[in-house]
Design a protein around this ligand. Structure first.
Ligand code: SF4
Ligand code: SF4
Length: 512
């Protein structure tokens, strides 16, 4: 079972000379007992990250912001009425200025948008328009093979233009608003080099909320085999054919043979959430939410990038669900987003295993990114913490990876630590809240804002002197410093969390 603490918090803090304030002076109600049975009142720091992030439940505002009893505008509540929202300009603009003027302005708007795209005017190019349109238009209920644009506007679009274009309401959606192809808009499609396209897609996806972005070229004898043969949700066969446009029947989804590139991206998971296990090491609904929100956010990003590609004049293709189309860890490794680890999932140098990986196939040429060596797979040889802590004992404790799959659920042909997936899934049913203990205890599951962590990662990647012994030392210190410990469940609700719950800004103190 996952342990809650290997060394008492108080002991650790004393060892670091940081014990002042942990024995009640820090305030706060409630208390907890650490692994040594010491009573700790107040925040109960688990590790250095906790301590640095403390501030605990305060909404931090700049010092020059003052709370006042009344807002800075004057309000006459006697004169204030509940408002009819149909009077707002988004709905009633046409009524306020008249149909003739509204029609003329709308026509001129579309003509200018059209002309500026043809001219390639900075800020109004088809690339700029595609970003704006995709930012406004995304399906929210799920992903699809070609994207929500193919639903004719999407039954779940959150685009205000879609809602406000009913008869008699605001300006009609036109060029610059709807998810239209260049052909439909009467403009040339986007043309860029593979390197320019790669930069463009990375910027767009980062804007949509993704963390790491890489690219894989699909080659028939190698990487194309990472596309699933059948979709897990509906059993449709996934095939490549020499056709211009992707299409779908009752039995198959067809990817055009010219769609030779996979966009691979990650969504970071919250380290703060995923470590919220019970004292006995049971996963909780809170720790499960770290996974759930990453998938939820990705659905939105997948649809946006499909819409973005559609407006540029290209195709973005997915499976019938967010984990469909291809083998996520394999694509992540081939794209260089990380290395495979003992958990048989991708571990990135930046966020460890705290990523979810997604992929989209496209006919937009993209410069591939290369696989990486950050010393991660080698570190896993001696670490084994995840395998030791796995409650269903389904992770391998072999030092070296091997070729033989553990069962039909594994795809053969690569050397890794194959896991007993059915046992893992069975434990999820027992726990009621899935499980991510292996992710939570992993030595690479850290906030990436500490220079100490960066220095350790550099040593793991570059040290050639007795690497196994040095890596084993790092694993031991990871436990000593409490990074494998789980965190108090209730405290999460009182934290001052970063936007979207996990800080997904890629930042390294040693980055140039
Ligand atoms: S998610 Fe599965 S492999 Fe990971 S610790 Fe839990 S049971 Fe083990
Ligand atoms: S816990 Fe250790 S062995 Fe397991 S994946 Fe993380 S680094 Fe590798």
């Amino acid at each position: 079972m996952a342990r809650r603490s290997t060394v008492g918090n108080k002991t650790r803090m004393k060892a670091m000379g940081l014990d002042k304030g942990i024995d009640g002076e820090a305030g706060g109600s409630g208390g907890s007992s650490d692994g040594d049975g010491e009573k700790i009142r107040g925040p109960g720091f688990n590790d250095l990250d906790d301590l640095m992030a403390s501030g605990f439940s305060e909404w931090k505002r700049p010092w020059w912001v003052s709370e006042v009893d009344k807002p800075t505008l004057e309000i006459d509540w006697q004169a204030t009425e509940r408002f009819d929202q149909t009077k707002i300009q988004q709905v009633s603009w046409r009524k306020y200025i008249g149909d003739a003027k509204a029609d003329e302005l709308t026509k001129r708007r579309d003509e200018k948008a059209h002309q500026w795209m043809i001219e390639g005017r900075d800020g109004y190019t088809i690339r700029d328009r595609a970003l704006d349109i995709a930012s406004r238009n995304a399906g929210t209920s799920g992903v699809s093979f070609t994207g929500s644009w193919s639903k004719g506007g999407g039954d779940d679009h959150a685009d205000e233009e879609t809602h406000f274009t009913r008869e008699g309401a605001g300006p009609p959606a036109g060029i610059g608003s709807n998810v239209m192809t260049p052909e439909e808009m009467g403009v040339p499609r986007w043309e860029g080099t593979a390197a320019e396209n790669a930069r463009m897609i990375r910027s767009a996806l980062r804007h949509f909320g993704a963390d790491q972005v890489g690219y894989v070229e699909l080659k028939p004898d190698t990487t194309e085999k990472l596309i699933y043969e059948f979709d897990a949700m509906d059993g449709k066969k996934i095939e490549f054919e020499n056709v211009d446009k992707a299409y779908e029947t009752d039995k198959k989804r067809v990817i055009p043979a010219k769609a030779r590139w996979a966009i691979v991206f990650t969504v970071k998971m919250s380290e703060e959430l995923i470590k919220r296990k019970t004292e006995a090491g049971m996963p909780t609904a809170l720790s499960s939410a770290a996974t759930g929100i990453a998938y939820g956010q990705a659905r939105n990003m997948i649809d946006r990038i499909q819409n973005f590609l559609h407006v540029l004049g290209y195709q973005g293709l997915m499976g019938s669900w967010y984990n469909g189309l291809g083998i996520a860890p394999a694509f992540a490794v081939m794209a260089g987003l990380g290395e495979i680890g003992r958990i048989n999932r991708m571990i990135s140098p930046e966020y460890g295993p705290l990523n979810r990986v997604f992929k989209i196939v496209t006919d937009l040429p993209l410069e591939p990114t290369k696989p990486i060596d950050a010393g991660i797979m080698n570190f896993c040889r001696t670490c084994k913490v995840c395998a030791t802590e796995c409650p269903s004992n389904c992770l391998s404790k072999e030092t070296d990876p091997y070729w033989e799959p553990a069962g039909a659920w594994n795809n053969p042909g690569h050397k890794t630590w194959y896991e007993d997936s059915p046992s893992c899934r069975t434990w999820w049913a027992v726990s009621t809240a899935g499980c991510s203990t292996c992710f939570a205890v992993c030595a690479f599951s850290k906030k990436n804002e500490s220079i100490v962590h960066d220095l350790v990662k550099i040593a793991i990647a570059k040290n050639k002197i007795m690497p196994d012994q040095v890596n084993a030392f790092f694993t031991k210190m990871d436990g000593v410093f409490g990074y494998q410990d789980q965190k108090n469940i209730e405290d999460w609700w009182d934290m001052e969390l970063p936007p979207r719950g996990a800080n997904n800004a890629k930042r390294h103190l040693l980055d140039k």
